[in-house]
Structure formats: structure tokens, C-alpha cells
Design a protein around this ligand. Structure first.
Ligand SMILES: Nc1ncnc2c1ncn2[C@@H]1O[C@H](COP(=O)(O)OP(=O)(O)OP(=O)(O)O)[C@@H](O)[C@H]1O
Ligand SMILES: [Mg+2]
Length: 266
């Protein structure tokens, strides 16, 4: 190097709004299914940069994260972080959890008691449950974000949107609703064929990205047959969807939809 050469600046340590990519630290079963989309960044040299918050919710907050090796193009992801100690509402959990078990009974009791320990496990549990549900539904070919990884209370998944702007929720969309109903029904069919009901389906948990419907918010998916509330939850999903579309003047019949999904289950 002569004395006039200007060295290229390479960032060696993460900055304040950054951390080392957590990819290397997690065990393979907490990484998304293969084949992985080519945008997934697996390099040990990558940083995760927090770009902002997408939405704060009742049980979790969704952040926008970029994972990139400094100086290279990276991937933007949604980081859904479940709350552990703040005011979370666990009451709705029970109907989804019947017929499901946590492996350790101490954990089950702690969750039931809502102790601090219980809340911490419950937050991990919901993050993992959503990761697992995304993996299953992704494998079933359903339109869901690709699950990149889960690490404690944080789930990283494909960001549905353009640049840093999240795709609108179906609730905000007014155009092309006929075609969107067809897509929602098709997505429900894929869930049912795999044996599941979403369990909390609504125009707020459906994103519309470039005319394509993407189903989100899956931690509570239920086995429609073995869960004692499975069919009720499936029926409720059908009603919510049919009522919303009908209000938008797109005719949809909840009972017909329910019957057609039942046929996929059995
Ligand atoms: N993968 C994603 N890509 C883009 N936006 C997302 C993604 N996941 C979630 N969001 C945004 O964050 C919001 C909240 O996500 P989600 O519904 O999964 O969490 P929640 O805790 O149930 O929130 P809420 O209490 O508002 O229902 C969504 O409505 C959507 O706008
Ligand atoms: Mg939601």
C-alpha cells in the first residue's frame, strides 16, 4: 500500500441498532425448511439491523429487520417478538391448547398459574408454535410468509411488502375483492387439506401483496379434527370471512364454505 492509498472502510462490529446475525447461534430445527429461498442470509459475518417497527399488537410487536453482510445486499425480514412480562392476555389461549400438551408438566402448571416464569415460557411457546405452524403450512403450499428462524420469543419470517412498507391488510383493500375471496377460500382449503383451521382468521390477518393473498398470525392454528374446539373454530373462521366479504358486496355463504372445507378434512 503506498502512503496515499485510502483503505476501504469495513465495519467490524455491530452498531447500536445492530447485532450479530443470530442465524449461526440457533439449532437447525429452529431454522426454516429446505430448500431455503435464495434471499435467506446465512453468513456468519452478517449483522441484523433494526429498521423500525411495523406494528405493535396485543401479544407481540412486529419489527422490520435487515440481515446483511456489511457492504452486501441483504434481506429484509419481519421480526415478530412475543411479549413475556407485560400485560398479555393469555385467556384466549386455553381453547386452542386443549388436546395439545407441553412436554414438561412444570411448564404447563407455570403457564396456567401465569407466574413470571410461566409468562416467559408462554411467550417462547407461542413464538415456537407460530414458527411450527408456518413451517407446516409453507410445506403444504399455503400462501404464508417463509419462516426463517425462531429464537426464544422472536420469530423471523419473510417480510411481505415493498421496501420497508408492509403490504396492506385485506381490511383496507377495496378493489378486486371477487378474486381475493377465491384466494382466501383456496388458502383455507390448503389449511383444511393439511388438517388445520387457522383459528383466528380475519381481514386483519390476511395481507394483500401485489394482488396475492398471504395468511399471517398463525400461532393458534388448530388440528380441526382432534382439537375439541377444532370444528367450532373452523366454522368461526368461515363466518368471519363470509360476513366480511358479504358486507363488501361480494356474496359468500359461511355454511357452504364450511361444508366444502369439511369435505377436505375427512
Ligand atoms: N410477515 C409480515 N410481513 C409484513 N407485515 C407483517 C408480517 N407479519 C405481521 N405483519 C404486520 O404486523 C401486524 C401484526 O402482526 P400479527 O397479526 O401477526 O400479530 P398480532 O400480535 O396478532 O397483532 P394484532 O394484535 O394486531 O392482531 C399485521 O397486521 C401486519 O400488518
Ligand atoms: Mg393479528
Amino acid at each position: 500500500m503506498n502512503e496515499f492509498a485510502v483503505p476501504t472502510f469495513t465495519q467490524l462490529e455491530p452498531g447500536d441498532d445492530q447485532r450479530w446475525s443470530t442465524w449461526q447461534a440457533i439449532i437447525p430445527s429452529q431454522r426454516g425448511p429446505e430448500p431455503r429461498p435464495d434471499w435467506v442470509v446465512t453468513s456468519a459475518a452478517a449483522f441484523d439491523t433494526e429498521l423500525g417497527i411495523v406494528k405493535t399488537g396485543k401479544e407481540a410487536d412486529v419489527f422490520l429487520i435487515e440481515r446483511a453482510v456489511p457492504g452486501e445486499a441483504g434481506a429484509v425480514m419481519a421480526a415478530k417478538r412475543y411479549r413475556s412480562t407485560e400485560h398479555r392476555d393469555f385467556t384466549r389461549s386455553s381453547q386452542y391448547e386443549e388436546g395439545r400438551r407441553t412436554r414438561r408438566s412444570r411448564d404447563t402448571r407455570a403457564i396456567a398459574n401465569k407466574s413470571t416464569y410461566g409468562r416467559a415460557i408462554a411467550a417462547d411457546h407461542w413464538a415456537f408454535a407460530e414458527f411450527d405452524a408456518l413451517c407446516r403450512m409453507y410445506a403444504a403450499g399455503a400462501p404464508v410468509p417463509y419462516p426463517v428462524q425462531v429464537n426464544g420469543t422472536e420469530l423471523l419470517m419473510e417480510f411481505i411488502g415493498h421496501g420497508a412498507t408492509a403490504a396492506p391488510r385485506l381490511a383496507q383493500v377495496r378493489d378486486g375483492l371477487d378474486g381475493l375471496l377465491e384466494q382466501v377460500v383456496e388458502a383455507m382449503r390448503l389449511f383444511a387439506r393439511a388438517g388445520y383451521a387457522h383459528g383466528d382468521l380475519s381481514p386483519y390477518n390476511l395481507l394483500v401483496h401485489d394482488g396475492r393473498v398471504v395468511v399471517i398470525d398463525l400461532p393458534q392454528i388448530v388440528d380441526a379434527v382432534t382439537n375439541p374446539n377444532g370444528l367450532d373454530l373452523l366454522h368461526r373462521d368461515c363466518t368471519t370471512i363470509a360476513v366480511w366479504f358479504t358486507r363488501q358486496r361480494v356474496k359468500a355463504d359461511a355454511e357452504e364454505l364450511f361444508a366444502s372445507l369439511l369435505a377436505e378434512l375427512y
